[in-house]
Design a protein around this ligand. Structure first.
Ligand code: NAP
Length: 281
């Protein structure tokens, strides 16, 4: 039986590439996006249905799932890919911008999972793939709200990996490193206009932003993340986490294979804090 997957955030970047990949691997794909663009459906008319879905709008989630089931007969997997970020000083970040990140990255994921689970169960089981981030492992300065949201995704995914196994539903957490090829950073920098940098943080902010620009790792290839999402959706084992990218592999090594002191020293070095502390002396 041909399997059907619903993916959120397919208008660009990782979501769009993932929709193409699953179609090429012979899956039926419900490629969802806030403003439907027929490009993906035109490229794979037999395999891809484009449907409107805003993760903050439960009615649109139900409608997209129903449209997918009407077209393909059922739902076997979901990829929670939609996400947003913001680069900001926490103290100056407006409450509505903080809420927007949590509404999308956390409550949006919650909405999709709650809507999808009954349909996965109806097929005898299925898979939920959540797109996390390296900041879910290692929180970063200037990315406090995004880090908090992706660490919420970590906890949600880990807890549900146990709870949903009772329903024969597997939960996977794909943790990509920084991908320079998507719209993500540009959109996140644009969102940062809502949080002007307070003067007292200015030298720190400029230094840390420069550290982000001079990131000491190669960019994570989008295609390798897409392949990890496919592996996660088809893996018969009990694995939860799929780390992709040289930065994420290093954060995971520091976090889980060293002491707390070594982890913090390593992260200070990688995020530019060590240089900042030397400068600030
Ligand atoms: P992207 O090109 O900006 O894609 C983000 C997608 O999320 C877009 O399709 C966007 O749709 C969608 N989206 C935003 N708010 C939405 C909402 N309320 N409802 C439905 N869709 C919504 O960035 P990307 O890099 O592919 O990001 C995909 C995922 O990878 C995100 O979860 C992100 O946190 C994660 N990630 C990215 C990086 C990176 O460095 N790029 C690293 C680690 C993890 P619109 O076009 O409608 O805005």
């Amino acid at each position: 039986m041909t399997k059907t997957i619903l993916i959120t955030g397919c208008s660009s970047g990782l979501g769009k590439l993932t929709a193409r990949h699953f179609a090429e691997k012979g899956w039926n794909v419900v490629a969802t996006m806030r403003r439907p663009d027929p490009e993906l459906a035109n490229a794979y008319p037999a395999r891809i249905l484009v449907a409107a879905l805003d993760v903050g709008d439960p009615a649109s989630i139900e409608a997209a799932i129903e449209a997918g089931i009407a077209r393909f007969g059922g739902l076997d997997a979901v990829v929670n890919n939609a996400g947003i970020t913001m680069v900001s000083i926490f103290e100056a970040t407006p409450a509505d911008a903080i809420r927007q990140i949590f509404e999308t990255n956390v409550f949006g994921m919650v909405n999709v999972i709650q809507a999808a689970v009954p349909h996965l169960r109806r097929r005898g089981g299925g898979t939920v793939v959540n797109v996390g981030s390296g900041v879910g492992i290692a929180a970063m300065p200037l990315l406090s709200v995004y880090s908090a949201s992706k660490q919420a995704v970590e906890g949600l995914s880990e807890s549900l990996s146990y709870e949903l196994s009772s329903q024969n539903i597997r939960v996977r957490l794909v943790q990509p490193g920084a991908m320079r090829s998507t719209n993500f950073t540009t959109t996140g920098m644009a969102a940062s206009q809502a949080a002007p940098v307070p003067e007292s943080y200015r030298p720190y902010f400029d230094h840390m932003l420069q550290s982000m620009i001079n990131y000491p790792f190669a960019s994570t290839e989008e295609q390798s993340v897409v392949e990890a999402i496919h592996a996660a959706a088809t893996d018969p084992t009990d694995r939860l986490r799929y780390q992709v990218g040289p930065d994420v592999e290093e954060y995971a090594r520091l976090r889980w294979s060293t002491s707390e002191d070594a982890y913090r020293a390593g992260m200070h070095r990688l995020t530019g804090h060590t240089a900042w502390r030397d400068m600030a002396k």
